[in-house]
Structures are given as structure tokens and as C-alpha cells.
Write a protein that binds this ligand. Structure first.
Ligand code: ADP
Ligand code: MG
Length: 696
């Protein structure tokens, strides 16, 4: 039996290690900086760096890196070894406080959205003391924030940390109003559920589309897809099981609370969920999880696909962001609780989230927008592009009763009067299971389900924390000036709920009726990334983020540009890959197939007694579709040329969204039909059926 408890966190420079290895005064100073954000003196950093280095070397590390999360969506690292030459030609292993605290990677090749001119291409990585250092592949990794010379954020961590600070400040103001003097911090927590596909590496290497774009650009429907629903929660195949076991152990070593694993709906699809933790750490851990999924799959002769929609007609992969806020003493502010005063406090926080989601629905849509996720949102497997909230019948009834000043009957049919200080208990477990809702209250947390599997969870949590912080700020402003707290509190909950209840929808979000109903309610329905992104630089967004000190206007604009450019670049790569696959592999296959058919037909003509209608049909349809390919390639090439002629990032992205993507779809259509006609031995790529069932 492995000692799992001993394994857990063994590669992390965590609290236990710090306490054991640092002199007491240094440990205390470091803890103070971690919890209160106080300045860390260089002499203290020097001692910490030295202890870290000794610990890392004992664990076999030779290098260190500042580990950061630029706007590429993945993590970045540049390794330096600890070696330092001495005068006598030997080496010392060195690591100073200065190097621990700050790094200066050449930042010119990371996306900055125009924030950083190349002549001042320096970027700085700054130690994030709140996330522990760890060892990965013999390298001591120091989690860092990444910013420009002028202090602008060039990464996902900086604004996330800022948003956590905002919600901390505003939520504490509200808590104080309820007489809570003991909490010193309010923390946002996240548990991200991660979906992914595993396929055999041999199949992967035969598909240029998977290699270059992460998804299949062609592929006829397989005879067996997910229709039998026999994969969901099914027994794990030995290869998958071995992969998951190794993944879990590696994650545990890194202190990641990997907890749940199971097969998902589609063949080859799986899910991993960790136990929730502080948003910042959870974000770091989710990045590590995705990275390890890829590297460990490779060791097992498989490839892990994190793309949102690797296969058309088969469920794609998402990520569920389970979010809550709680105090440093462990009280969950979204827990309905049992005592009346807690209920009132809970209702105020709940109403704050309702108002935040309604006020900033467009921004929540923005943070789920990407070229990959456009294939999912609104399809039958994922929530629509319309943001709405599920509260469950009980909670909705409670709020309705508060809104109308009426009574709420609880489950035991007791008549209870709804003052804010006297509220019924609501049974917790009646809240869940509306799987179609993009934003569902699930007992004591909210589950935001619109994200794509490849996303960093930094984005949605920056937006959630900031939007809720802003509403809490408004609530605190109102209530701090109140002469009659109970009365004003009741009035505030009532008013906020009444004004924002249009966002609450407990029905089936996948239905057509909801789309109509949502339009009537005035909710936005931003169908694609290109429709959604402009909201990011709207006046409302700028006001929100600058008021809460999370993004400056320049930072917002830079991110908007990076996201739009990323969208267009993704489609450009996909289009070019398609063109290449069609020209160099699919057309030659069709020609060879037609050649065979033609020869056979000629032979049959000489032997008049044979019926040749099948060959004639195949030849005719194949040659028709082949001719269409030619036209479609031409249309796609023209669409690409036109898109490139546009000047503005939004106009370019719009062209990719409509014309380029439209032509890609038409081309795919013809190719997919050809795949069903051309003999298997000529078809250059493994079929969907083969790929999806490749791991046995
Ligand atoms: P399901 O698939 O039913 O949605 P899972 O157990 O797979 O549920 O995932 C639920 C996720 O929510 C886990 O990561 C869990 O740790 C997380 N979670 C549970 N309670 C909270 C909370 N209070 N705040 C944030 N996340 C939470
Ligand atoms: Mg879930």
C-alpha cells in the first residue's frame, strides 16, 4: 500500500515545510506577508530563498523557474540552474532572495495587446507569496504574476489577485454590518470540474487537424457514438485507469486535491474534479492539472484532448466553475444556514450574486467566449449563450415571498412570517439538479457551467469576484448609512430581487421556448465570441473594472484585442489546415478511387452481362463532390484574403466568424460525404469510429 498521506504535497514548499525549515521569526514574517499582504524585506527573502533551494536540491531539483500565466492560455516557464561559478573554477548552488522575488523574462514574444512597445519589451515576474512553490520535473517552480515595465498586468494571475482583494474588502464591509467582528478576510473558493478526451497516440499522429488545431476539421458520423449512453460512469478501461492513477499521484505530490474521476458521456471522454480551494491556488492547480493530463497521457501512448469540441456530433468538453465565498474562519457565506440572522445575511449575499449576474451577464458571456467554445454553447450538450440563473423552487419561493412581503410555507406546512430576521429553514438538497442551467445554485455554492475545457478559470473568477464585489459595495454604501438596519435590509433585498429576478430561470435552458422567453425578458443572447467580446470594452465594463481596481481601461482594451486576435488566428490556422488536408491528401484519395472505379467500369463494359449501376453511382457522386471541393476551396481562399484586408481587429474577426467559418463548414460537408463513399483503403485519415474507440 502506498502512503498517500505521505505522498500528498511532498513536492510542495508548503506551510509544514516552511515551519520546519525557517527560523521562527522569518516564518512569522513570511506568514504575515502571506495573510496581510505586507511588504517582504530582502533579508527575509534571502533566508526563504536559501531554505527553498536546499529543500529543492534534496528533492533532486537542479533548476528553478518563475512559473507564470501569460495571455496565451497556458503557463510559461524559463529554467535557470542553481549553479554559480566560483573563483577556483568550481560551482556553488545559489538562489538569492532577489531572484526569488523578481524575474525579468524577455516579454516581447508574449501577447500584450499593444500594452508594451517592443523597445521596452521587458516584463517582470513577481513572486505570488499566496501560492506555494513546488517541484515539477526537477525544477523548482515559483508561482509568479507577470506585468509590464509600467505595472500593467500581462497575465491572468494579477487581475485575479486584484479581484480577490476587491471582494474581500466589500464582503467584509457587509459582514461588519451584521455584527461580525471576528472575520479578518473573505476568500473566494473554487472547485473546477475538468472534462477531457483520451485517444490513442497513433490515431492522433495520423490527423494533421488534431495536431495543428486540437480538433477534427473533418469526420463523418460514426456508426456508434454516444447514443447508447453506455460510457457515462462506465467501468474504466485498464489503460485509462493506469493513466488516472498516475495522474492522481502526480497531482497529489503537487498538493492538488484530485478527488473524483469518472467516464463522461462521449466515448473516450472523462472528468476529473478536485476538492475546492482558494481561487488563486485552484487556478494554479487547474493549469497544472491540464499540463499533467497531457504529459502523462503521452507516457501511456495516448493523447489528452482539451479542446472544447474535438469531434462534431459528439459531446464536447466543458469546465464547471463551482464558486463560493467564505470567511477565513471557514464560514461559507452562501450556506443557507439554520438560524434566522444567518438566513438574512445569506439572503443578502444571495441577492448580491443575483444582481451581479443580471447586471453583468454580458461579461459572464465574454469569459466563456472562444473559437473552441463557440462549437458548444447553444448546442444540446451545453448551456445556451444566454446567461440565466437556477435557484431551485424553494429558494425562489423564499425570495418571491420576500419580494411580495407575503408568507412562505415551508415543507412542514408551517406558516412562517417573512421578516428578514425571521425566515424559514429551506431544505438544502432540493436545490440541485437542473443540468441545463448556465449558473446554478447547488446548495451552498454556484456552479458556472459555460466554460470550455481548455479555459483558465482565472477569467470567470475575475469577472465573478469583481461583479459581486461591486454589488456588495453598493449594498454596503446603502446599509452603512441606514438608521433602521432591519427595515432597510429587508427593503434592499426586496428591491434588488424584484429588479433582477428576470435572470432567474428554473426551467429547461435547452428549449426553444426559453430562447423566446429570454428575449422577452430582455436578456442578452450573444451567440458567438465575436458577438460577445465588444461588451468587454463597453462603458459599463470599464466602469466596473476601474471602480474595483481590477483592470485599467488600457488593460481591458489590450485583453479585448488579444482575445479577438486569438479568435481570428485560430480560425486562420484551421482554414489553412483544412486546405492543406484537402489538397494534399483528400483530393489524391478521391482521384485514386475514381481511377479504380473508371477502370472497373471500362472492364465491365467489355463484359456487357454485368450490371454496373453501383460503380456508376459511386463514380458520379464522387466526381460531383470532388468538383465541389474545388469550388469550395476557392471560396475559402477568397474569404481568407478578404478577412486579411480588413483593418480593425473586430472587423477581421467578423469576417472569420461569418465568411471563413461559413466556407469551412461547406467544405467539411462535402468531405464528410466523400468519406462515406471512398473506399477505406484510400481514405487518408482514421475515421471517427476508430479514433473514439481507439483506447481499449
Ligand atoms: P457535480 O458533478 O455533481 O457537479 P462534483 O463533485 O463533480 O459535482 O464537483 C463539485 C465541485 O464543487 C468539487 O470540485 C467540489 O470540491 C466543489 N465544491 C463543493 N463545495 C464547494 C464550495 N463551497 N465552494 C466551491 N466549490 C465547492
Ligand atoms: Mg458539475
Amino acid at each position: 500500500m502506498k502512503d498517500i498521506a505521505g505522498l500528498f504535497g511532498s513536492m510542495v514548499f508548503n506551510n509544514t515545510v516552511m515551519q520546519a525549515r525557517l527560523p521562527e521569526d522569518i516564518y512569522k514574517a513570511l506568514k504575515k506577508t502571506m495573510s496581510q499582504g505586507t511588504h517582504l524585506e530582502l533579508d527575509i527573502a534571502n533566508v526563504v530563498a536559501n531554505a527553498m533551494k536546499d529543500w529543492a536540491i534534496e528533492k533532486g531539483a537542479t533548476h528553478f523557474t518563475h512559473w507564470f500565466q501569460p495571455m496565451t492560455g497556458i503557463t510559461a516557464e524559463k529554467h535557470d540552474s542553481f549553479i554559480c561559478p566560483t573563483k577556483d573554477g568550481k560551482i556553488l548552488m545559489e538562489f538569492s532572495g532577489k531572484v526569488l522575488v523578481r524575474g525579468e523574462p524577455d516579454a516581447s514574444s508574449f501577447p500584450s495587446g499593444g500594452l508594451r512597445a517592443t523597445f521596452e519589451a521587458r516584463g517582470y515576474t513577481v513572486w505570488d507569496i499566496t501560492s506555494y512553490a513546488f517541484i515539477k520535473n526537477g525544477t523548482l517552480c515559483i508561482p509568479t504574476a507577470f506585468c509590464s515595465y509600467g505595472g500593467e498586468a500581462l497575465d491572468k494571475k494579477t487581475p485575479l489577485l486584484r479581484s480577490m482583494e476587491s471582494i474581500n474588502i466589500q464582503a467584509l464591509r457587509v459582514l461588519r454590518l451584521f455584527g461580525n467582528t471576528s472575520a479578518s478576510q473573505v476568500i473566494s473558493n473554487v472547485g473546477p470540474e475538468q472534462e477531457y478526451f483520451l485517444i490513442d497516440k497513433e490515431m492522433y499522429l495520423k490527423r494533421p487537424d488534431l495536431i495543428y488545431t486540437g480538433r477534427t476539421l473533418f469526420g463523418a458520423k460514426p456508426p456508434k457514438g454516444q447514443e447508447l449512453e453506455d460510457h457515462y460512469f462506465g467501468a474504466l478501461k485498464p489503460r485509462v485507469s493506469a493513466f488516472m492513477k498516475e495522474l492522481e499521484e502526480e497531482l497529489w505530490k503537487l498538493g492538488v486535491f484530485a478527488k473524483t474521476k469518472h467516464n463522461e458521456v462521449a466515448p473516450g471522454q472523462h472528468e476529473l474534479a478536485p476538492i475546492f480551494t482558494t481561487t488563486n491556488i485552484s487556478t494554479d492547480h487547474n493549469q497544472l492539472t491540464m499540463e499533467l493530463m497531457k504529459s502523462i497521457a503521452d507516457k501511456h501512448g495516448m493523447v489528452c484532448l482539451l479542446h472544447e469540441k474535438p469531434f462534431e456530433g459528439v459531446n464536447g468538453s466543458g469546465k464547471h466553475n463551482n464558486w463560493s465565498i467564505g470567511t477565513d474562519s471557514g464560514i461559507n457565506l452562501l450556506e443557507p444556514g439554520e438560524t434566522p440572522s444567518e438566513n438574512a445575511q445569506f439572503l443578502l449575499f444571495l441577492t448580491a450574486v443575483i444582481k451581479a449576474v443580471d447586471d453583468y451577464q454580458d461579461l459572464l458571456r465574454v469569459c466563456a467566449a472562444s473559437a473552441g467554445n463557440d462549437h458548444r454553447l447553444g448546442a444540446n450538450e451545453a448551456p445556451p449563450a444566454i446567461v440565466s440563473m437556477f435557484l431551485g423552487d424553494d429558494l425562489t419561493e423564499v425570495l418571491e415571498a420576500v419580494g411580495s412581503g407575503g408568507n412562505y410555507k415551508d415543507r412542514k406546512k408551517n406558516q412562517m412570517k417573512i421578516g428578514v430576521s425571521v425566515l424559514p429553514h429551506f431544505p438544502k438538497d432540493t436545490t440541485d439538479r437542473n443540468r441545463t442551467s448556465p449558473f446554478a445554485f447547488t446548495g451552498n455554492k454556484f456552479e458556472f457551467r459555460m466554460l470550455g475545457s481548455a479555459f483558465s478559470v482565472a477569467g470567470p473568477n475575475i469577472i465573478l469576484n469583481t461583479a459581486v464585489a461591486e454589488v456588495l459595495r453598493q449594498f454596503a454604501d446603502t446599509l452603512e448609512n441606514s438608521k433602521d438596519f432591519k427595515k432597510d435590509l429587508a427593503a434592499l433585498i426586496k428591491k434588488s430581487y424584484s429588479e433582477h429576478k428576470r435572470i432567474v430561470f428554473n426551467g429547461n435552458n435547452y428549449s426553444d421556448e426559453w430562447v423566446k422567453e429570454a428575449a422577452k425578458r430582455g436578456l442578452s443572447n450573444l451567440k458567438t465570441t465575436v458577438d460577445a467580446l465588444p461588451a468587454f470594452i463597453s462603458e459599463k465594463s470599464i466602469n466596473l473594472f476601474t471602480t474595483q481596481n481590477v483592470f485599467s481601461k488600457a488593460e481591458l482594451h489590450s485583453r479585448y484585442e488579444i482575445l479577438l486576435e486569438g479568435y481570428s488566428k485560430t480560425l486562420n490556422i484551421e482554414a489553412l489546415t483544412m486546405i492543406d488536408m484537402v489538397k494534399r491528401e483528400i483530393i489524391p484519395a478521391c482521384i485514386a478511387w475514381q481511377n479504380d472505379l473508371t477502370k472497373l467500369l471500362e472492364r465491365k463494359k467489355t463484359l456487357a452481362k454485368y450490371n454496373s449501376s453501383l460503380e456508376e453511382y459511386l463514380l458520379e457522386r464522387t466526381s460531383q463532390l470532388s468538383a465541389e471541393l474545388l469550388k469550395e476551396l476557392d471560396t475559402l481562399n477568397n474569404a481568407l484574403l478578404k478577412a486579411k484586408k480588413e483593418k480593425d481587429v473586430l472587423a477581421i474577426a467578423r469576417k472569420y466568424n461569418k465568411d471563413v467559418f461559413g466556407s469551412m463548414t461547406a467544405l467539411r460537408h462535402s468531405v464528410d460525404e466523400l468519406e462515406t463513399l471512398v473506399a477505406k483503403k484510400y481514405w487518408p485519415f482514421p475515421s471517427y469510429a476508430k479514433i473514439l474507440h481507439s483506447v481499449i
